[in-house]
Design a protein around this ligand. Structure first.
Ligand code: SAM
Length: 328
């Protein structure tokens, strides 16, 4: 999965931006329009006030893709006059995406990794929309007695990629799961803690991390009835289930195990302060904005209210996504 998505030459995300949105392969809350970023800006501004409005502070974004969310958050913070002393930092390991982000956002710093930030930690708000689901995971299958990890091999006769059991899954991969009936296949993402560690090291006490994604708590994720896991591929807005079909050309994702994410946040020094559906979170954040919108009937207002509905309605994105936020 790491190679199929992130190989610097052949990876799906390394090709260039353009995966997200109507002309790409899938929609995110960012592609609904600037409102998502503007509402996040209100939430970040409230946190900044709560911290006593520090003179130097950071927003650290991961998975910034084409920079659209960063642009929306920066514009939102400027409108709220909360941008003084702000360093907006994007962590982007892929050089092609970093180039696009630098061109679009002169006011943001784009770094390959967060490690260097630990030398100058600041009050920081770390965030990522649909990033954890894009981190590589292990595919495991029960044989009725133990969990086997599945790897990828090339079939000698046909030359196509095939699944191949690698042997029993390592303890850190499947150790927390009861063994399921033979044939039960699922995913485990074991690298989240390592991903969070340098981000946590970049912040001073009082910092926040906010992750927005689709997923389940552990009981629900590894339920007996979910026999084929949550792995999906996306291409041209069509979902598929075979990641070995056209690797490098399609997106690969699996839901987030939010129980695991909470444990990983705890392990890097964070405490979950919020876990709720995106709809409820944004409706809470949007209260002052909704008051400002009252009585407006112009086309811009109608468009923004439609975007708000898409982001918050349970039938649209409101209950598909959850927000997990931790305080440090
Ligand atoms: C599904 S896209 C979401 C893009 C954008 N946040 C949005 O909501 O439209 C996932 C993004 O996460 C990025 N990503 C994956 N692993 C990452 C890592 N270790 N550090 C930073 N970004 C990463 C990918 O390159 C990709 O741009």
């Amino acid at each position: 999965m790491a190679a199929a998505l992130y190989d610097p030459q052949e990876g799906y995300y390394a090709r260039s931006a353009g995966q997200v949105g109507k002309a790409g392969d899938f929609f995110t809350s960012v592609s609904v329009g600037p409102l998502f970023g503007r509402l996040l800006a209100r939430h970040i501004a409230a946190w900044h006030r709560q911290c006593g409005s520090p003179e130097r502070w950071r927003v650290i974004e991961t998975g910034a893709n084409d920079g659209a969310l960063a642009a929306d958050i920066l514009a939102g913070l400027a409108r709220l006059s909360t941008d003084a002393g702000l360093e907006y930092v994007i962590i982007e390991p892929l050089p092609q995406l970093a180039r696009i982000q630098r061109k679009r956002l002169v006011e943001a710093a784009v770094l390959e990794s967060a490690t260097a930030l630990a030398d100058d930690p600041l009050p920081s708000f770390v965030l990522g929309n649909e990033v954890i689901d894009a981190l590589p995971f292990h595919v495991i299958e029960s044989d009725g007695t133990v969990w086997l990890e599945l790897g990828v091999a090339v079939d000698a006769e046909s030359g196509v990629f095939i699944w191949q059991p690698l042997g029993p899954a390592a303890a850190e991969v499947a150790g927390h799961l009861p063994v399921m009936p033979a044939g039960y296949r699922t995913e485990v993402r074991s690298g989240v803690r390592d991903f969070l560690k340098p981000l946590a090291a970049a912040m001073t006490k009082g910092g926040r991390m906010l992750w927005v994604d689709y997923g389940f708590t552990r009981d629900d994720y590894y339920h007996e009835s979910r026999t084929t896991g949550t792995l999906r591929t996306f291409s041209r807005h069509r979902a598929g289930e075979d990641p070995l079909d056209s690797p490098g050309e399609i997106d690969i994702t699996a839901h987030v195990d939010f129980t695991g994410l909470a444990a990983d946040l705890d392990a890097v020094g964070g405490q979950v302060v919020r876990f709720e559906p995106q709809g409820r979170f944004l409706t809470h954040v949007a209260r002052p904005w909704l008051l400002e919108m009252e009585g407006r009937t112009d086309d811009d207002a109608k468009k923004e209210l439609r975007a708000f509905q898409t982001l918050t309605h349970p039938g649209h994105l409101g209950s598909r996504f959850h927000v997990m936020e931790a305080g440090f």
